[in-house]
Design a protein around this ligand. Structure first.
Ligand SMILES: NC(=O)c1ccc[n+]([C@@H]2O[C@H](COP(=O)([O-])OP(=O)(O)OC[C@H]3O[C@@H](n4cnc5c(N)ncnc54)[C@H](O)[C@@H]3O)[C@@H](O)[C@H]2O)c1
Length: 250
């Protein structure tokens, strides 16, 4: 692995929330960071405010994901050192009884949380293998390990599957010097979607949620970014196939 300051880092879903905090964390250590997102406006603002190279891409289109990685490799003139598969979420959906879930709704959530991580990992693998090094960090969720607070079935299923992809790719790519890990964040109030979710909880549920956290506070995007930064670093050079919960203790 290259040392901090010299790495080429690709972060999906970099426009807001965790993705932005993760991208900024790597920039702060002098790495060369590339971010993509479907949100053109927020991404343009990120590009203006930071040294992050941005590209608009809808990652439910796997070819668009592959094209983004090809562009990053071309611009950087080398393999991606660190890929962070952060794009995800519930795509504006909220709980529906399973009998009301449409194919389109299911497919969209699976495509962004699982398909995009597969497509981007597939795209970075050849150059990482040739370089003999690399790190992939997938952003899973507490919903990758138990039922989701959102109630969105596709989200819970896709995040569970992302854990499987993490473990499988760790074994496939380990012999080439490439580590694959995941961070499983607890509930963090990052955006409109999590604010709406929070507002929909009764005061009792809100209190129970907080009291269920050992450290008695909600996490921040920086808490998640720090864990990703660690897993991508040489400090974690013998860690692969792991799922690191970052949730204040459950
Ligand atoms: N916030 C939380 O409480 C929480 C908890 C656990 C896991 N997560 C996961 O962390 C990641 C980041 O979550 P967040 O809360 O910061 O924001 P988020 O879930 O709203 O979205 C993540 C980013 O992905 C982008 N994105 C969505 N669909 C896309 C697409 N088709 N193509 C390209 N980009 C797309 C969004 O624009 C956004 O910038 C997600 O994978 C989410 O599932 C969040």
């Amino acid at each position: 692995m290259s040392a901090p300051g010299g790495r080429v880092v690709a972060v999906s879903g970099a426009a807001i929330g965790f993705g932005r905090a993760i991208a900024e964390r790597f920039v702060a250590s002098g790495d060369r960071v590339f971010g993509c997102d479907i949100r053109a406006e927020a991404l343009a603002e990120l590009g203006r405010a930071t040294a992050i190279s941005t590209q608009v891409a809808d990652l439910t289109d796997r070819a668009a994901g592959a094209a983004w990685i090809a562009a990053v490799e071309q611009q950087a003139g080398q393999a991606v050192d660190v890929l962070v598969n952060n794009a995800g979420g519930v795509a504006g959906q909220s709980f529906q009884p399973i009998e009301a879930v449409t194919d389109a709704a299911w497919d969209q959530v699976v495509a962004v949380n699982l398909g995009a991580a597969m497509a981007l990992s597939r795209a970075v693998a050849p150059a990482m293998k040739a370089a003999g090094r690399g790190a992939v960090v997938n952003i899973a969720s507490g919903a990758a390990l138990r039922a989701s607070l959102t109630g969105v079935q596709a989200y819970c299923a896709a995040k569970h599957a992302l854990v499987g992809l993490t473990r499988q790719l760790a074994h496939e790519l380990g012999p080439f010097g490439i580590r694959v890990n995941a961070v499983a964040p607890g509930f963090v109030r990052t955006n409109q979607s999590t604010e709406a979710q929070w507002a929909a909880f009764t005061p009792e549920r809100q209190r129970a949620l907080l009291e269920g956290i050992a450290l008695r506070r909600f996490g921040t995007p920086q808490d998640i970014a720090n864990a990703v930064f660690f897993l991508a670093s040489d400090e974690a050079s013998f860690i692969s196939g792991e799922i690191l919960s970052v949730n204040g203790g459950h």
